[in-house]
Structure formats: C-alpha cells, structure tokens
Design a protein around this ligand. Structure first.
Ligand code: AMP
Ligand code: MG
Length: 288
C-alpha cells in the first residue's frame, strides 16, 4: 500500500507536506481558522477521528511489539502552542486512544529550583522515550527559547546559542533512532480570549485557568516573534516543524493524528515474527 493510499480521501493534500514549515513562512500569515489540506467538514470529523485513532493505536502497538524483539526506535511528539491552543486536547483525544503502556507523557511547566540548577536540557533528557515508546512533550525544551526569551528570564547571550544547541540535540536524538514529530499549534488572539472566558465560566475548567495567562496575552506580539525565530531556526530536514492552525479543534486533532500515523508508517514496521515454532506450539498447547 502506498503512503498516499492510507490517507483518507477527505484529505486533498498530505498534512505532513501541507503543514510543514518552510523557510520564509511567516507566523503573521497563519490563518488559525483555516483547515489546510482537508476537504471534509466538521460533521465528518468524529467518525474520521475514531477511525484514524484505531490506525494510530495499531501502529503504536506495532512499535511497542517490535521493541520486545530488539527494535530500539521510538517516536517523540513535541507540542508547542500558546495557552488554550489545544495541546491537552491532542493528548486526551489523539494520544489517549493508544495503549498507555507504550506512551511516556511529560508536561513541562515552570522549572523547579532543582531543574534550574541544571542545564535546561537536563529535564528534557530524563523524559525522552525509551525503545518502542511514543514520548509526548506537552511544552518542551522550546520553552527555553519562547517564554524565556519573551520574559528575559536569561540574557540574550544565553538564549541565543540555544537554537543551534537544540538542533544538535535533536540531531543526536534522530541519529539514536527517535523520530521527532514537532507540532506548533496556533490559535488566534480572539479565539484564545473565548477559550479563556469559557474556563472562567465553568467550575470544571477553573483548574486550567491561570491568572498569568492574561499577562502572556499582553505579550502576544513578542510571542509571535519568538515563535517565528523558533520556526526559522529549528525547522530542520531531520526534525521539521509542522504548523497546525488550531481554532478548530476537530481539525487540529485530525491533522496531528495524520502526522503521527505518517511518521510511524515511515518506520516501515511489520509485526515481529515469532521466536518459536507456531505449529509445534499449537500441538503442545492442544495436549497440555
Ligand atoms: P501550563 O502548560 O498551562 O501548565 O503552563 C506551564 C507554564 O510553564 C507556561 O506558562 C510555560 O510557559 C511555563 N514554562 C514551561 N517551561 C518553562 C521554562 N523552561 N522556563 C520558564 N517557564 C516555563
Ligand atoms: Mg495554562
């Protein structure tokens, strides 16, 4: 089956191509409402999401199964985006469809004192997926060139070299058998306001609200610049960024699911062969 064949026909273009960041692409041109490459409608999303979650879960199980027979490869999903962009929704509605046994989830918040006493990649390295696992980073080492840059948490002379350092770090990961799927989720300023307002209306959403989110909104232009620099400087051929318009949650979830499926298909996996003789085992079992 060709790569294209597996993609549902509701996609007119392959998301991994359509959404890939290209040199010169401008963050200010991103239309967060748009649904690039998708020709279906919102009403198509629930059924399609369910179907593709099954496919995703199957590939994830295959990755895990292969690690049992010595395959050391892994996948790392890096999710970046402003508050309310929908990172948590990807974790819940996409990654959540797979067997938790093979998932390593880490959310990176404000570093602890202990973490701050180490190099910024220290906590990242500790959270990397082991053989057969899909690692999910809800925020990541990129915070060290995003919030850190926007808030001058360290001087430019410190954050500036981090872009190259991150590229070298990711090269090392890829050479070690980890496939990176880097996803930058973009919501519009208006949509973010709506989503934050909803959090304030619902007691079951208060836990997601942080008064500091409003302060970050005020720094939106600085964040746009920081995201632009991140994309310009750390989208590499071995670990490219994908820009996912995220005002429509149903779209961003479908898109990230396809990015994950495609990344795993590129691993050319099959079910591991038995390390025993099946016929013999059947006979033995029958008389056991
Ligand atoms: P949330 O993901 O909503 O729980 O928020 C986590 C907060 O921690 C966000 O405001 C992040 O920007 C912040 N954060 C994550 N990593 C870092 C970092 N390395 N330095 C400073 N703040 C960070
Ligand atoms: Mg938050």
């Amino acid at each position: 089956m060709s790569k294209r064949c597996d993609l549902p026909s509701l996609w007119s273009h392959e998301p991994q191509v359509e959404l890939m960041f290209r040199p010169g692409d401008q963050v200010s041109d991103i239309d967060a409402e748009s649904t690039p490459g998708f020709r279906g409608k919102k009403a198509d999303a629930p059924t399609l999401q369910e179907e593709r979650n099954v496919r995703f879960a199957e590939l994830q199980e295959m990755l895990y199964a292969n690690s049992r027979s010595g395959d050391t490869r892994s996948v790392l999903l890096v999710l970046q985006g402003m508050d309310t962009a929908g990172k948590g929704g990807i974790v819940k509605h996409v990654v959540g469809s797979a067997n938790p046994q093979g998932i390593t989830y880490t959310s990176f918040g404000k570093p602890t004192t202990d973490e701050l006493s180490h190099h910024y990649l220290w906590r990242i390295r500790k959270a990397l997926p082991t053989a057969g696992h899909i690692g999910v980073f809800d925020r990541s080492h990129y915070e060290d060139v995003l919030i850190v840059r926007v808030h001058n948490l360290v001087p430019p002379a410190v954050w500036e070299p981090r872009y190259d350092e991150i590229n070298a770090f990711e090269r090392e990961l890829v050479d070690g058998g980890t496939t990176l799927v880097k996803v930058a989720m973009f919501v519009s300023l208006d949509e973010q306001k709506k989503r934050l307002a909803q959090r304030l209306e619902r007691p079951d959403k208060y836990w997601k609200y942080n008064p500091g989110d409003v302060d970050e909104r005020l720094k939106w232009p600085l964040y746009q610049q920081a995201y632009q620099a991140m994309l310009d400087r750390t989208s590499t051929d071995y670990a490219p960024w994908h820009v996912v318009p995220s005002n429509r949650k149903w779209y961003s979830r479908l898109a990230v699911t396809e990015l994950l499926i495609e990344a795993m298909k590129r691993l050319n996996m099959s079910w591991p062969p038995p390390d025993f003789d099946v016929a013999t085992e059947k006979k033995r079992l029958a008389s056991a």
